[in-house]
Design a binder for this molecule. Sequence first.
Ligand SMILES: [Zn+2]
Length: 323
Amino acid sequence: MHTCRICFNTLSSSKITVKNLAYKDTKTQSIYCYCNRCSALNLVSTDAFVNETINFDFFGRNRLAKTSLNYKFQKIRSSFFLGNFTVFGLLLAMIFDDPYSLKNYKKYLSKESYSLLDIGCADGKFIFDISYFNKNSKFLGIDPFINQSYTDANVTLTSNTLLLNEDKFDYITLNHVIEHLDNPEEILKSYIPYLKKDGLIIIRTPITSNPIYSIFRKSWVGFYSPYHRTIFNTKSLSYLIKKIGFQEVYSTTDTTIWSIISSIFFIMEIPFRYHLLIYLVILPIFFPIIAIFHILIYFLNIKGKGDMLFLIIERDNLFEISK
Ligand SMILES: [Zn+2]
């Protein structure tokens, strides 16, 4: 018997089997079981390789983003999303889209200067981008897989949680992190003391309550199996944030063209590691189709019906009083 990671209910027998096309051994499969109480899909495979992936990080082990060549291109694309129009930026934005949801961060991190703690910052691509345009703010990225800390005038990236000290942050962000955790409630609770009283937590994660999941199902890139332990929907996320004493301030979706492109490649059983390369090869021929995908995703996001959720939450004061 397996129990749900979110509500600890016994999981139902309703399951979905997903090929591990993101894993090094693409012949393996993962099983996700549905929770009848909170609607979360829980990875239940007990194979040895699943446990192995707990300690296997696939972004943080790379060099820090700022020293890599592709970050130079990323910076041009990010400038575009953060309001600096260039033709090259527009082209890169069309090809690679906005995987860090910079458009939404630009809109909702509206303070002149602030402090931001990014949990699970990986190689720091998000922090470097956002810090580049907020020179008056302070950024701390924590990730257990960073093996070489980084510090400059306003950015620190480290695996050392002792650096948290007494600091309180205006924002805590978790970008595509909670779906990787075996104990999301515990991890979220452990960082709440570092949030200012009126601070906000921003969570981004794949969700199933949308047409993209309904179309692709087991080939949907949101599974990214076996790395994604819990696949949420709006119901299971509400359940989780209530349990930690928070409430929703705002939510929207930040789906990109990668949701459609990678899911199509997954239908064709193409391993994830080849997606970018194949995409770049076919791009000259399929550019008009990519443009149509952009329009489709634009409307899905406007309606809040995309497959990646951008959720802003705050402390629920009634929860504090009732404790
Ligand atoms: Zn549940």
